[in-house]
Design a protein around this ligand. Structure first.
Ligand SMILES: [Mg+2]
Length: 249
């Protein structure tokens, strides 16, 4: 067995089945001790909201934490976001301008202040409105020469992010910083904001069995040997993926 890097989403991927989480944590703890395997969390939550979940579920301490849909990276000991990552996102980003454009779309309901971050503007958008609103919003932003990324998740959450700042690009930044090959990396997720994890590069991808329709649909239209759709749900699905790709045996 060799060192690997596990990058996992939290809500409804790592977290959702306490017994399976406990089993996965035991396996990971052993592997980290024996092989210096690395663990990274990648979540849409803010850091504050992550810390609540971390206490509730007694999550293992990660080797890096990616919050706010890839727009903030924290390595151990860092209380503020990693400045190297933030500097990469700063280019071409104009938060106030994104907000002013979004005001032209009454279907976009701003999320609470706690979810608004320096490099993330977040809205609620009803699933039935999304097919009309998303292309219109994208076209309007593009016409203004503002290179941003629209990430729609769970049939309700819309995040507008800098072009350079999604979960996939944050994963690659962290992976390179930790010095682990893409082929020794497994990324895990359940919803639309995790698609970036699976389309970033050569990393292996695990879609938990309880994944949202938007991610299942993406998987169907983008088939690849690098990706596995698990039968098992939540952390049990992650374990299934670790065996499937032979990171565990
Ligand atoms: Mg999730």
């Amino acid at each position: 067995m060799a060192q690997f890097l596990l990058v996992t989403d939290l809500d409804n991927t790592l977290v959702g089945d306490d017994a399976a989480l406990h089993e996965l944590n035991q396996q990971l703890t052993q592997h980290r001790q024996a092989h210096e395997t690395r663990l990274v969390y990648s979540t849409g939550r803010s850091r504050q909201s992550y810390e609540q979940l971390q206490r509730q579920k007694a999550l293992l301490e990660p080797d890096a934490l990616v919050t706010a849909v890839g727009t903030e990276v924290y390595f151990p000991g860092q209380e503020t976001p990693d400045p190297h990552w933030s500097a990469q996102l700063q280019t071409h980003w104009d938060r106030a301008f994104v907000q002013s454009i979004a005001q032209q779309f009454p279907e976009l309901i701003p999320q609470p202040e706690s979810e608004q971050r320096p490099f993330k503007v977040s809205f609620f958008l009803a699933a039935e409105m999304a097919p009309q609103v998303l292309p219109a919003l994208a076209a309007t932003l593009q016409a203004q020469q503002l290179p941003v990324k629209l990430v729609y998740s769970g049939g309700k959450d819309l995040d507008v992010l800098p072009q350079a700042g999604d979960k996939g690009q944050a994963m690659q930044f962290v992976r390179q910083t930790l010095g682990i090959a893409a082929t020794q990396t497994l990324a895990c997720g359940d919803s639309g904001n995790d698609i970036a994890l699976f389309s970033a590069g050569e990393e292996r991808g695990l879609i938990v069995g309880n994944a949202q329709p938007e991610l299942r649909q993406w998987h169907t239209t983008n088939p690849s040997d690098r990706h596995h759709l698990a039968q098992a749900h939540y952390a049990a699905g992650i374990l299934e993926g670790l065996y499937h790709f032979q990171f565990l045996s």
